[in-house]
Design a binder for this molecule. Structure first.
Ligand SMILES: C[S@@+](CC[C@H](N)C(=O)[O-])C[C@H]1O[C@@H](n2cnc3c(N)ncnc32)[C@H](O)[C@@H]1O
Length: 274
């Protein structure tokens, strides 16, 4: 029997019903959005769902370009969103395999930074990398500079909004290809994927940090260009406000869940005594 490769297994959504999910929804309501790029859509039940839920109502008719390398996840993604003309799904790698971080780079990072990656041993991490590279070797038609191709094919100079949530080992290369975008959202900033990307954006005066939580799952961060222009200035202010609200509502939800848990424990203790 043929073994299904790890890349071709469907996985549970990751960005779901948390502050980052709410923030992505908020950003989808922005004015002045034309070209939105999502790197690592999986089968569409996480971040894609968040973006689509508000982009579909956005009166500026933005287009969402979804990039997913896995053929199985892509098939499901395409099925789920084929009813929306504004969602364009691409089955290819965001950047070609020669741009995947080397084992040496990963080793140095692992030994010098304490992040969520340190929960795993290096052999396991190198195993993930090798599996991703093997998948591209087995499907050479997917081994492309996908971001650059989408830009070229659609006459896009800069994206307005980008989410980087693809391979653990391509975050820096992907940032390179979207640099200059108005808003850049990073997932897994407390891991290898987007650690360096976050550092680079934090250092660049062209960008300011809109939201940042290194304790939510493996950390996320959202950056926006500082050189606001025209409507964009208002849009940016609205974004900051909607991100603030998203974080507040997530904080309230967490408090409520904790309160309910404590309530249940107290109730059980009382029941146990009677
Ligand atoms: C962490 S998951 C994405 C989770 C998704 N954003 C969500 O909210 O549920 C990363 C996804 O990136 C895809 N991926 C991995 N390497 C990629 C590459 N080089 N180009 C595009 N997608 C890639 C994986 O197949 C996987 O579905």
């Amino acid at each position: 029997m043929d073994q299904v490769s790890a890349s071709d297994r469907l996985i549970a959504p990751e960005i779901l019903d948390d502050a980052f999910y709410e923030a992505l929804k908020g950003l989808g309501m922005f004015e002045d959005l034309k070209h939105v790029l999502e790197i690592g859509s999986s089968s569409g039940e996480g971040s894609t769902k968040a973006l689509v839920s508000t982009l579909r109502l956005n009166r500026h008719n933005p287009v969402l370009y979804c990039l997913e390398v896995s053929r199985a996840r892509f098939a499901q993604l395409q099925r789920s969103f084929q009813k929306y003309d504004f969602v364009r799904c691409y089955n290819m790698s965001s950047v070609r395999s020669s741009r995947v971080a080397s084992e040496a780079e990963i080793r140095v990072f692992y030994q010098t930074h304490s992040t969520a990656l340190n929960q795993y041993d290096l052999a396991t991490i190198f195993g993930w990398r090798a599996e991703g590279l093997q998948y591209l070797q087995e499907h050479p038609e997917l081994d492309r500079d996908g971001i650059a191709e989408i830009k070229r094919a659609n006459g896009i100079e800069q994206f307005d909004l980008v989410l980087i949530d693809g391979s653990e080992f391509t975050g820096s290369a992907e940032l390179e290809d979207v640099y200059g975008a108005k808003i850049i959202c990073l997932d897994d900033t407390n891991a290898f994927k987007c650690y360096a990307a976050r550092q680079r954006l934090m250092r660049d005066p062209l960008y300011e940090n809109l939201a940042d939580d290194q304790t939510l799952r493996n950390g996320y961060s959202i950056f926006c260009r500082t050189d606001a222009w025209g409507h964009w200035r208002t849009a940016k202010a609205n974004a900051i406000e909607s991100l603030r609200r998203a974080q507040e509502s997530s904080r309230r939800r967490k408090l409520l869940t904790r309160a309910k848990r404590i309530g249940r424990r107290v109730l059980n203790a009382i029941r146990g005594r009677s």
